[in-house]
Design a protein around this ligand. Structure first.
Ligand SMILES: [Fe+2]
Ligand SMILES: [Fe+2]
Length: 174
């Protein structure tokens, strides 16, 4: 919170990447009807979040920053399996975990903020990312057997715990 300006810039980048990820998902799986519809909606919603964060950035006299790799998301990518169904499941489940963490952190940020309008904004962002966490989990269960989803979910959460333990603490979403 002491470096909230940096956090805002990172947040904007994360929303933009989330929108791009949704577009990449719908391009990759044209035969999955529910996925294509859901990802089209999500891409718009995430870009709307981006637009809103950009307003806060400009309001504070800042400029959006050049893209940087997100070490947390990048580390996850190394654990994605290659098989067709495995890859789909891993993409959906890591997306769900990333959204869940986003929801938790935005809620913490909202708690710490004092400016009422900004606090309200982060509360609403947290609720929105919470829905995305559920959406990706629902899609996983739609396309893959529940027992397979549950087993991989557990594995990925262990992987995530190891990733997070190695990450430096910084004024960023992850
Ligand atoms: Fe978002
Ligand atoms: Fe999201």
């Amino acid at each position: 919170m002491a470096n909230f300006d940096s956090f805002l810039l990172d947040h904007a980048a994360a929303e933009k990447k989330a929108s791009g990820m949704a577009v990449s998902m719908l391009s990759h799986y044209p035969d999955r009807i529910e996925l294509v519809s859901a990802m089209a909606d999500l891409a718009i919603e995430e870009l709307t979040h981006y637009r809103e964060v950009v307003k806060w950035i400009h309001h504070r006299g800042l400029l959006t920053a050049a893209d940087q790799k997100d070490p947390y998301v990048l580390a996850f990518r190394e654990f994605m399996r290659k098989g067709k169904e495995e890859y789909l499941l891993d993409r959906l489940l890591t997306a769900s975990i990333i959204e869940a963490r986003g929801a938790e952190r935005f809620a913490l940020v909202a708690q710490a903020l004092e400016e009422p309008a900004l606090k309200k904004f982060y509360q609403s962002i947290a609720r929105s990312e919470e829905r995305h966490y559920e959406l990706f989990l629902e899609l996983a269960n739609k396309y893959v057997a529940a027992s397979t989803v549950a087993a991989r979910w557990d594995e990925l959460l262990d992987i995530e715990a190891r990733i997070v333990a190695e990450l430096p603490i910084r004024a960023a979403l992850h």
